[in-house]
Design a protein. Structure first.
Length: 219
């Protein structure tokens, strides 16, 4: 009974923390706009994951009706202020690009490598399920907003310095629900906050891919 009460308190505390200090990026204006909001009626209640299980965490929420994006400050702080990483430099690795082109799929292989760096067979077998960021086949988008992996990896560089590596998944561009400005805003956010930005493309680089990249970086 005591254990159950403790878990309920942790759950209530987490939900209350999640609703503190929210910022919004409005893609309908020329500048990114930050607004505090104490109520998040547009967010649906999600089932609380078991503590200690790594999973994707929503750090930027997309509001399709208002074409704006909300930064979940409490979630980001929870990731980066963990005792083992709060004093380390952060290396943010982000994957961006068109929707349904395998960004989440690629990130899951990055996760597999991060969890099995010491193994020469980190790639895994053909029958081994690929887990981590959710992905699926079809023509409908899977990722919305910006997601971060809840486990921040501590990596030692060749010079002996340790850094905290954070993997980021972003909403794909050019889906039917997003405007060009929405896509440019998300791409700009991920580019400005990333140490390494992977521009994910399928097959060969085409001229229109470079034009899209120019539009997004110019925004």
């Amino acid at each position: 009974m005591a254990t159950e009460e403790s878990r309920l308190k942790q759950r209530n505390h987490k939900n209350s923390t999640f609703k503190e200090g929210v910022c919004r990026f409005n893609s309908d204006t020329s500048n990114l706009r930050w607004e505090e909001d104490e109520e998040e009626d547009f967010l649906e209640e999600e089932e609380v994951e078991e503590l200690g299980v790594a999973r994707p965490v929503q750090i930027v929420v997309a509001d399709e009706d208002e074409h704006s994006f909300w930064l979940q400050e409490a979630e980001l702080e929870r990731l980066l202020l963990q005792e083992e990483v709060q004093d380390l430099q952060v290396v943010v690795v982000s994957v961006a690009g068109a929707f349904r082109k395998g960004k989440s799929f690629l990130l899951d292989f990055m996760l597999r490598y991060m969890y099995n760096q010491s193994s020469s067979s980190w790639f895994g077998g053909e029958d081994e399920p690929l887990t981590g960021f959710t992905w699926r086949g079809g023509c409908e988008r899977e990722t919305t907003g910006i997601l971060a992996w809840s486990e921040v990896f501590v990596v030692e560089k060749p010079d002996g310095c340790k850094v905290a590596v954070l993997l980021i998944d972003t909403q794909g561009a050019f889906d039917s629900q997003s405007t060009i400005k929405d896509c440019a805003t998300l791409f700009a956010l991920s580019t400005m906050t990333s140490s390494v930005q992977v521009y994910n493309l399928s097959q060969n680089v085409q001229e229109d891919d470079l034009q899209h990249l120019q539009v997004r970086t110019a925004a």
